[in-house]
Design a protein around this ligand. Sequence first.
Ligand code: 0O2
Ligand code: 0O2
Length: 214
Amino acid sequence: MNHWDQFLTPYKQAVDELKIKLKGMRSQFEFEDTHSPIEFVTGRVKPIASILDKANQKNIALENLETEMQDIAGVRMMCQFVEDIHAVVSLLRIRNDFKIIEERDYISHKKPSGYRSYHVVIEYPVQTIYGEKRILAEIQIRTLSMNFWATIEHSLNYKYKGRFPKEIELRLQRAAEAAFRLDEEMSLIREEIQEAQAFFSKKKEHSSEKRKKE
Ligand code: 0O2
Ligand code: 0O2
């Protein structure tokens, strides 16, 4: 096993475990038949090339990666409504399988790029054959609309290497505002939407129960 594989193994384990645990929260809401504030969960270990790029940009010495790079293990939780983000953060705060180190609210304070999300940095204990290892991981919580914007902006960032032409930069900022307005509009009809979703999920359940009996 090379040095990188060895270094990244606990991060990979943390991402796998966190994905299962956080997806489990969604399943619990489904069993309870109540609206789940979590739409879906994804996760990744930062690729080595991105770790090196970020270390270079932020002047992080490789021997300090463990303490200074907080998103080598990254998990994302997508929500339907902005209100759900706050519900998810409250649920994370009461868990006792990790410790919250820092919260960054880029929803009330968007980044200059237009980026919006809520970031929670945690210290997560990974059980290894050598004992417990505590690693940092970043949980990004955002609405589907914030995720749409961030995904598009992220791919454009690759293309322009962070140096957007002025025109594109402005359009992205306007798109970020439009995404935010979409979230606001959806929030205004949230109860209506949730009622409809509950109705359809009950109907689906009913027809699959009926099929099982046939
Ligand atoms: P790119 O270039 O980043 O878009 P499964 O086990 O089937 O549920 P799977 O296929 O292992 O899931 O992957 P998952 O968990 O569905 O999602 C992986 C993708 O989610 C990655 O895309 C990441 O883009 C993105 N992602 C999830 N969480 C984070 C996070 O916290 N930070 C960052 N930066 N990205 C995240 P790819 O495929 O790596 O490609
Ligand atoms: P990747 O490819 O997503 O892994 P900094 O680099 O100073 O902004 P810092 O201090 O590590 O970041 O913490 P921050 O800002 O809380 O979280 C950084 C991560 O948030 C980024 O990871 C992105 O995933 C996301 N992010 C932050 N700002 C933006 C933005 O303007 N646009 C998009 N699309 N995503 C953003 P990485 O390491 O940049 O990359």
